[in-house]
Design a protein around this ligand. Structure first.
Ligand SMILES: [Zn+2]
Length: 301
């Protein structure tokens, strides 16, 4: 059912994210770049973000997020989508929250991460069949970082990529559509952080990445080194001209992103010089692929 688009038909990109703000920290410049080039870009946000903590000291004590975190985050999401020039849809699940403590508390009843896979994936399968993306972006098996909603977002994206084209699966969720390519983002690629870290040190600036890099590279007391990413970078998308848009989108998530924080440690200009790409791993392709690539739509144009 994979259809090659005619030269005039728009290409479509669907990015599956766990919470409102994840689209701005993972692949945002890529999406803004493709949207500006005429690609139809849609973000599917699995949960409402209702269990997010306030991460920006300037927003502590603000009445709206205090009273209605999900409502505040809907407004933030709209602003971010506007900045990136993309569309966004909510899949309607409730944020599971990040369990903390020892022992870890149980997840709250009814949350996204506790849904059976078929129920969790059904709205995304319906959206894939409706939007007909050529390319789907998702997280790896660890969710990029092990938040239960990120791991579930990974599982539903893989399920939708596999099942949306099969008329026997999810028969009530619309006409089958088979996306061509599935990628995992590598937004937190160690190579990128290493390059940015060296550039900062060479410029005599303080690097906020020292601790993160050390944690990746050093063995613990028992001699175990941390798990290395299991998926290699296959695809580097040059999107440096859209780093400012990415940063503006991040700052739109005012309750979640500290404008003085980690994400803004390196200026867009320096990032353009050192690492003007966003990195991806091609996980599955239903069309012939020649790796490495520089375009998520390679083979589809
Ligand atoms: Zn998240």
């Amino acid at each position: 059912m994979t259809a090659s688009p005619s030269p005039s038909a728009p290409l479509r990109l669907l990015a599956v994210h766990a919470h409102p703000d994840d689209e701005s920290s993972k692949g945002a410049a890529t999406m803004a770049m493709y949207a500006a080039a005429g690609v139809d870009v849609l973000v599917a946000t699995c949960t409402d973000g209702s269990r997010g903590d306030i991460q920006n000291p300037a927003m502590e004590g603000q009445p709206h997020p205090k009273r209605d975190m999900a409502g505040a985050r809907r407004l933030e999401m709209d602003a971010a989508a506007n900045v990136l020039g993309i569309r966004q849809r909510w899949l309607g699940f409730v944020d599971s929250g990040l369990p903390e403590g020892d022992p870890l508390p149980a997840l709250p009843p009814g949350c996204f991460a506790l849904q059976p896979l078929e129920r969790a994936a059904a709205p995304l399968v319906r959206l894939v069949r409706d939007f007909k993306p050529h390319v789907i972006l998702s997280y790896d098996e660890n969710g990029g970082y092990p938040h239960p909603d990120h791991i579930m977002a990974h599982r539903v994206a893989v399920e939708a990529f596999a099942a949306a084209g099969d008329p026997a699966r999810y028969p009530d969720a619309g006409e089958p559509w088979e996306p061509s390519k599935l990628y995992y983002d590598r937004a937190f690629s160690p190579d990128r952080f290493r390059a940015l870290h060296s550039a900062l040190e060479e410029a005599g600036l303080q690097s906020p990445y020292a601790e993160r890099l050390a944690a990746w590279l050093e063995a613990d007391a028992e001699g175990h080194t941390p798990p290395q990413p299991t998926h290699p970078t296959t695809t580097q998308v040059e999107c440096g001209d859209f780093f400012e848009a990415r940063d503006d989108a991040l700052r739109s998530h005012r309750t979640q992103v500290d404008p003085e924080g980690f994400f803004f440690a390196v200026s867009p200009a320096m990032q353009r010089k050192v690492w003007p790409w966003e990195d991806y791993s091609l996980i599955e392709s239903r069309i012939p692929a020649e790796l490495p690539e520089t375009d998520l739509f390679a083979g589809l144009r």
